[in-house]
Structure formats: structure tokens, C-alpha cells
Design a protein around this ligand. Structure first.
Ligand code: NAD
Ligand code: IPM
Ligand code: MN
Length: 341
């Protein structure tokens, strides 16, 4: 039996998580869910605590976790998202953030040239350091001559383990993305590490792009990418970009992973979408495909593939939420996937 902690979170998080849980439940697998629905922005506003130590331990005790989205317009401080999401990613040392972007149906692509629409890539984002490390501080705050410093950390261990992972999962190629033309120290470390790991994988095509050009190429020719490996902040931006060319942010899934401990936190790439919360129109596909990543990770690859195939068939049959040009509600779109399953 697998035990999975579930944090539905805020905004559309609970709405899409309900569909993801319903989809996994319909498979009849031996997975037990422990739902922490008190971990949300209202609790943070009331108590000042984002994720208590007891709740952190409760999540860590399970085999893996599933998250909807965190974020609320009433919360402006970054301490909330840092306290829940980044605490789980760092505290559980989930150093891989793997975000597949595969176009599920041709008519979802914004690309004009059909020859360029074979989109099936994976953004492998370093998940524990970079600009997200929280190292820095501010001086003379709000004085008119404030100094604010957020340090971008790249460590030999952090860079090598994420690039190693990227080569380990590559099907065809690995594209390393950095800004080594402008960011000297971290850039040199990423370059050196990438070259030496690439030498050990002569079977994998290894190439490099600067982050700005990678953004451009993800739009002009996304089909040329297999695995993209990059740091925390470039990975954040490029995974939203990849999601959009692969059919839309509402369909994008992710897994935060420590390959050593085996713990995984699966979550859609999108956020809590405050503008559409309560309208019943949130697309549940990103959450459902995140549940597929979870199910596959827990040792059920056939069921994971079955969910992905059911999603493709539901989309092909036009059973879609408004963001994909359809008129189904969140619930109906989830039902459509389960009917295909
Ligand atoms: P967002 O991803 O919530 O929304 C971006 C756009 O995509 C909006 O137009 C939204 O309506 C649309 N969208 C997102 N998910 C959708 C879905 N499932 N179906 C249909 N449309 C969808 O990004 P944002 O607006 O920048 O952020 C809102 C809040 O979410 C913020 O507090 C942010 O910090 C947080 N956030 C959380 C996560 C996470 O929990 N992993 C990720 C991103 C943003
Ligand atoms: C994501 C989100 C988070 C991030 C935010 C909410 C802190 O955008 O999961 O991509 O930047 O990592
Ligand atoms: Mn993001």
C-alpha cells in the first residue's frame, strides 16, 4: 500500500485536485490518501504559519504527495509560497522538478506550421537552489535608497546531480540552458559540469542554448527539444512557456522528485488562478496528469499510461474546458477522462 499526502491548497487547487483524486480512485489501486485541507492561505492569514512542523512531518511520513496550487490574492508576502511549496521541495530535498510538455492534440497548438508541432519534451528544473535559495537580504528598506540582494546559488553537487538526472532520462538529447555569456561564476560551473557529464553519455545528443534563445526556440521550433535541463528560475519560466506551446498551461503536469529517497510531490504547473476560482471552469487535466505521474512513480506504469491515453481521447473527442475551446465544467472534464479510462 502507498500513502500519499494531499494538499489541495488555494483557488482552483481544491477543484482540480478533486478530479485528480477521483481519477486515481477509479483505478482501484492500493493507494491511501491523507488530505491536509487546512494547509491554505486562510490558515496562514489566521495563524501566520504556512505549513506547521507537524504537517511537514505528516507529509514526509507518506510515500509521496500531491498538491493542487498555493497562492491567494489576499497574501502578498512570498513567505506563504516559500513556507509551503518551497519548504516541501527543499525540506524533502526534491532536487528534480520534471515538467513534461507533450502536445495532446494537434488543434491545441498555437504554432502555424504543422511540421513543427511534434512537441514532446521535458523541462528538468533544478529545484533546491539558484535564485530561490533565500540567501540575501535588504538594507535601508523603504528608505528611498534601499538595497535588495537575492543571491543565485549554484553548487557543484546541485548542478551535477540535476544534469546527471537529465542525461539519465533522455530519450534523444539534452539541451543545457544557462546564461553563461552574462553570469560568470555560476555559468562556468554549469558549463564545466555539463561538458564532463555529456562526455560520459556519448549515446545522448548534447547541446546548449542561452536562456533567451531557448525561449525563442521553444516557440519557433519546440519539436526539436527532448530534455531541457536548467536552473531554478529559468526552469520556472521555460516550463510555463513549454506548457503553453504544448496545448495550454491548464494541461501541464509536474513531479518534484528525489531519485535517491524516492519521495515525489506531484502538482500541476499552473497556480491557483484566482480569476476563475468558483466558476467551475478550471481545467483539471494538469492535475489529472500530475496524478498520472504520481501513479507511475508509485509503481503502476500501465495505469499511468492509461490515464494519459484517456486524457488524449477525451481531448480528441472535444470533451474540453473553456481554456481548450470547449464548454465543459471542471467536473464534466474529469468525468470525460474517467469515462475514457
Ligand atoms: P496561474 O497559473 O494561477 O494563472 C495563469 C493564467 O492561467 C490565468 O489566466 C489563469 O486563469 C490560467 N489558468 C491557470 N490554471 C488554469 C486551469 N487549470 N484552467 C484554466 N485556466 C487556468 O498564475 P498566476 O495568476 O500568476 O498566479 C496565481 C497564484 O498562484 C499566485 O499566488 C501564484 O504565486 C500562485 N502560483 C502557484 C503555483 C503552485 O502552487 N505550484 C504555481 C504558479 C503560481
Ligand atoms: C511553480 C510556481 C512556484 C515557483 C511559485 C508559486 C513559488 O510558479 O511551481 O512553478 O516559482 O516555483
Ligand atoms: Mn511557475
Amino acid at each position: 500500500m502507498s500513502r500519499v499526502a494531499v494538499i489541495p491548497g488555494d483557488g482552483i487547487g481544491p477543484e482540480v485536485t478533486e478530479q485528480a483524486l477521483g481519477t486515481v480512485a477509479s483505478l482501484g489501486l492500493d493507494i491511501e490518501f491523507d488530505v491536509l485541507d487546512h494547509v491554505n492561505a486562510s490558515t496562514f492569514l489566521r495563524t501566520g504559519s504556512a505549513l506547521s512542523d507537524a504537517d511537514f512531518r505528516r507529509v514526509a511520513r507518506g510515500d509521496s504527495a500531491l498538491l493542487g496550487a498555493v497562492g491567494d490574492p489576499r497574501v502578498t508576502s512570498p513567505e506563504y509560497a516559500r513556507g509551503v511549496l518551497l519548504r516541501l521541495r527543499s525540506g524533502l530535498d526534491l532536487y528534480v522538478n520534471q515538467r513534461p510538455a507533450r502536445l495532446p492534440h494537434d488543434d491545441l497548438s498555437p504554432l502555424r506550421d504543422p511540421a513543427k508541432r511534434g512537441i514532446d519534451c521535458i523541462v528538468v528544473r533544478e529545484n533546491t537552489e539558484g535564485l530561490y535559495s533565500g540567501v540575501g537580504g535588504a538594507l535601508h528598506v523603504a528608505s528611498g535608497h534601499e538595497v535588495a540582494i537575492d543571491t543565485e546559488i549554484s553548487t557543484a553537487r546541485g548542478v551535477s546531480r540535476i544534469i546527471d538526472h537529465a542525461f539519465g532520462i533522455a530519450r534523444r538529447s539534452v539541451c543545457m540552458v544557462d546564461k553563461s555569456n552574462a553570469v560568470p561564476s555560476g555559468g562556468a560551473l554549469w558549463q564545466r559540469t555539463w561538458r564532463s557529464i555529456a562526455d560520459r553519455h556519448p549515446d545522448v545528443v548534447s547541446w546548449h542554448l542561452y536562456a533567451d534563445v531557448a525561449a525563442m526556440r521553444l516557440v519557433s521550433d519546440p519539436g526539436e527539444f527532448d530534455v531541457i535541463v536548467t536552473n531554478n528560475s529559468f526552469g520556472d519560466v521555460l516550463s510555463d512557456l513549454a506548457a503553453e506551446v504544448a496545448g495550454g498551461l491548464g494541461t501541464a503536469a509536474s513531479i518534484n522528485l528525489n531519485p535517491g529517497s524516492g519521495f515525489a510531490l506531484c502538482e500541476p504547473v499552473h497556480g491557483s488562478a484566482p480569476a476563475i476560482v468558483g466558476t467551475g471552469t478550471a481545467n483539471p487535466i494538469g492535475a489529472i496528469l500530475s496524478a498520472a505521474l504520481l501513479v507511475g512513480h508509485l509503481g503502476h506504469p500501465a495505469e499511468a499510461e492509461a490515464i494519459r491515453a484517456a486524457v488524449d481521447r477525451a481531448i480528441a473527442a472535444g470533451r474540453r474546458t473553456p481554456d481548450l475551446g470547449g464548454s465543459l465544467s471542471t467536473q464534466q472534464a474529469g468525468d470525460a477522462v474517467r469515462a475514457e479510462l
